[in-house]
Structure formats: structure tokens, C-alpha cells
Design a protein around this ligand. Structure first.
Ligand code: CDP
Length: 226
């Protein structure tokens, strides 16, 4: 079986743009697998924090990335057999993930692990470089964004729902800093690739955003089968 014939939809975009929510809904609707690539960077960050490793020690960070013992199952994320689904969502993990994701060796150590998620009947994935680096031959590439203020509000709601206290002004500041770092790093920077479609969700409901992705995907399927 040629792996490249397995359909992939990539949804890249900045922090808190809603790409995870939309990607999961689209995956469910199509019966496809789902890869949250940011979770892998967050897992490396969590392990780094737990091990008290110096975040400038790239060799050790890369070793952690290479040896991550993680399982994604039934909407839960396990690290060494322990559920860490909520632990990796802290702003501390998100910020550290963004810092260590700027190292090319750490990114390289995670490439094959991400590609292994490409399995029948298909994959929907979200991140920063899914369409540009990990799945350059994806059937549909989307760059999903929203204004920084709306994203801060959404992240606030998400954290409060999880019982994690948060302050909108701090979250907005974090988002602006993270955008800056993710967009300006030299390796796999956050940017819309030329063959990705832009989806600005600032004034869209989740269901409208999901419908846009599904409509585009169905159009592509209709064209390829014609
Ligand atoms: O939830 P949020 O969008 O804030 O972040 P995430 O998707 O969970 O990713 C956490 C961090 O990992 C991001 O700030 C990125 O720096 C990094 N990341 C990346 O570099 N490449 C990816 N494919 C996914 C995440």
C-alpha cells in the first residue's frame, strides 16, 4: 500500500485559533484519524519540566523527543502510562513547547512519529508545519486563523471550562509573544503555505468553520474522482 494514497487534511495556524477543535470535528465526521501535533511538543515540554532539564540543553531535549513513550487513545494522552491530557494544557507547558519547538533537532526527532499517524481511512492533523513539512502532499491544506483578541477570549473560555484560572490580558500577551516566536523562527515557521486555503474564523461559529473545511474537502474528492 502506497502511504501517499491515504488522504490527509492539514490544518495549520496560530495559537488558540480553534484548529484543534475544528480538526477533531472534521476527523470525526469523516471517520478519519486525528493527530494533535502540538501535543507532542507539549509532551516534550512536560517531560522537560518534570526532569528539571536545562531548556538550553538541546541534546537532552532531543533525546526526550526521540524517546517519548506516549499513547493517544480514546481522547486521552498517556505519557509513560499516566494520563497527562490536562497537564500538558497549562500555559507553562505551552510556552515551553513553543521555545523548544524552535530547535531543528527536536523537530526532526518528532517527524517520523507524526507521519506514522497517516493510516487508512485518512488523517486530519493540526499544528504549525503539517502542510509545509510533515505532509507536503496533503489533499487539502488549511491555514486557520482569527484575531489575537478573539483567540485570547477563546483560550480563556477553554481554560475556565477545565477549571484552570486565567486572566485575559495575560493570555493575550502570551498569544502575541507565541505568534511572534512561532512566526519568526528560522525552522518550520508558522506561515500560510502557498497551496493552503485561508480560513479566518474570527466571525465564524465552530459549525460554520467545520462546514467550510468539509465543503472544500468534498469538492477536492469530487474533482479527483471525476
Ligand atoms: O494550543 P496552541 O495552539 O497554543 O499550541 P499547540 O498547537 O498545542 O502547540 C504548542 C506549541 O508547539 C506551539 O506554540 C508551537 O510552537 C509548537 N508547535 C510546533 O512548533 N509545530 C507544530 N506542528 C505544533 C506545535
Amino acid at each position: 500500500m502506497n502511504i501517499h494514497t491515504i488522504p490527509v487534511i492539514t490544518i495549520d495556524g496560530p495559537s488558540a485559533s480553534g484548529k484543534g477543535t475544528i480538526a477533531q470535528l472534521v476527523a470525526r465526521k469523516l471517520g478519519f484519524h486525528y493527530l494533535d501535533s502540538g501535543a507532542l511538543y507539549r509532551l516534550v515540554a512536560l517531560r522537560t519540566l518534570q526532569s528539571c532539564i536545562d531548556i538550553d540543553n538541546i541534546a537532552q531535549l532531543t533525546d526526550i523527543a526521540r524517546k517519548l513513550n506516549t499513547v493517544f487513545k480514546d481522547n486521552q494522552i498517556y505519557l509513560d502510562g499516566k494520563i497527562v491530557t490536562d497537564d500538558i494544557r497549562s500555559e507553562q507547558c505551552g510556552n515551553l513547547a513553543s521555545k523548544l519547538a524552535a530547535h531543528s533537532q527536536v523537530r526532526a526527532a518528532l517527524i517520523e512519529r507524526q507521519r506514522a499517524f497517516r493510516q487508512l481511512p485518512g488523517l486530519v492533523t493540526d499544528g504549525r508545519d503539517m502542510g509545509s513539512v510533515i505532509f507536503p502532499d496533503a489533499n487539502l491544506k488549511i491555514f486557520l486563523t482569527a484575531s489575537a483578541e478573539i483567540r485570547a477570549q477563546r483560550r480563556h473560555n477553554q481554560l475556565i471550562e477545565k477549571g484552570i484560572s486565567a486572566n485575559i490580558a495575560d493570555l493575550l500577551q502570551d498569544i502575541i509573544e507565541r505568534d511572534e516566536r512561532d512566526s519568526n523562527r528560522s525552522i518550520a515557521p508558522l506561515q500560510q503555505c502557498t497551496d493552503a486555503r485561508l480560513l479566518d474564523t474570527s466571525s465564524l461559529t465552530i459549525s460554520q468553520a467545520q462546514d467550510s473545511v468539509l465543503t472544500w474537502y468534498n469538492e477536492i474528492c469530487a474533482k479527483t474522482s471525476a
